[in-house]
Design a protein around this ligand. Structure first.
Ligand code: PGA
Length: 230
């Protein structure tokens, strides 16, 4: 199976900047490229302009939201519901450690969001710091249907543009442990300081089904190199 490459832009870029990013990124490819395993995860207001651009230009890149409300709809000021996202995105990121660190999200919140995504048939990328997180979430969901697990230790995330290199053998062992705990069929991605130099070592491991790229996805030419290496 071809590996998934996920760009997580976090709280970066404006509408103008993402459209420019897309233009420069696409110039790096000859055309007719199959991008169906490449996912761009952008802030909510950028999803519609991106969706429109991809549709108009018939580009197969997939879109992801970086979070979603745990409530289906109603009096939850400031939240964005799955019903509002379902025709805009293909994937939803859930449980990123930054949501836990800065916004107090709990693993119980993550489980509630997984259940909603399953109800609406949206694929999820569930971030996990450890197998213990996975065990905890499992208590509150009935299956991992439609889920990709993302092993991302917070200590591996780049900080202020500085990458913190990780050993791909240790990551592959962790990926196997996640698969065992998820019931064998789970697909496991890795995130944390992946860049154009390190990606090869992760993708060479059969246990790792793809990568999530933060910092290195902000530059379109760098991200194009990463996509080409997959
Ligand atoms: P990074 O971020 O690639 O900049 O380490 C990854 C992430 O937090 O998803």
């Amino acid at each position: 199976m071809k590996k998934l490459i996920v760009a997580n832009w976090k709280e970066n870029k404006t509408r103008g900047e993402v459209l420019e990013w897309l233009k420069v990124f696409l110039k790096e490819f000859a055309g007719g490229q199959d991008f169906s395993r490449t996912i761009l995860c952008a802030s909510y207001p950028l999803l519609y302009p991106l969706r429109r651009e991809l549709e108009q230009r018939r580009i197969s890149l997939k879109l992801g939201a970086q979070d979603v409300s745990r409530f289906e709809q109603g009096a939850y000021t400031g939240e964005v519901s799955l019903r509002q996202l379902v025709d805009l995105v293909d994937y939803v990121l859930l449980g990123h450690s930054e949501r836990q660190k800065y916004f107090g999200e709990t693993l119980e919140d993550v489980a509630a969001k997984i259940r909603l995504c399953q109800k609406y048939g949206l694929k999820t990328l569930i971030f996990l710091r450890s197998v213990a997180d996975l065990k905890e979430i499992k208590k509150n969901i009935s299956s991992f249907k439609g889920a990709f697990l993302v092993y991302e230790p917070p200590s591996a995330i780049s900080q202020k543009g500085v990458y913190r290199a990780q050993d791909s053998t240790a990551v592959a062992e962790a990926a196997s442990a996640f698969k065992r705990e998820a019931g064998g069929t789970g697909r496991v991605l890795y995130g944390g300081s992946v860049n154009a130099e390190s990606i090869g070592s992760f993708l060479a491991c059969p246990e790792i089904d793809g990568v999530v790229v933060g910092q290195a996805s902000l530059e379109p030419v760098v991200f194009a190199r990463i996509v080409k290496s997959a």
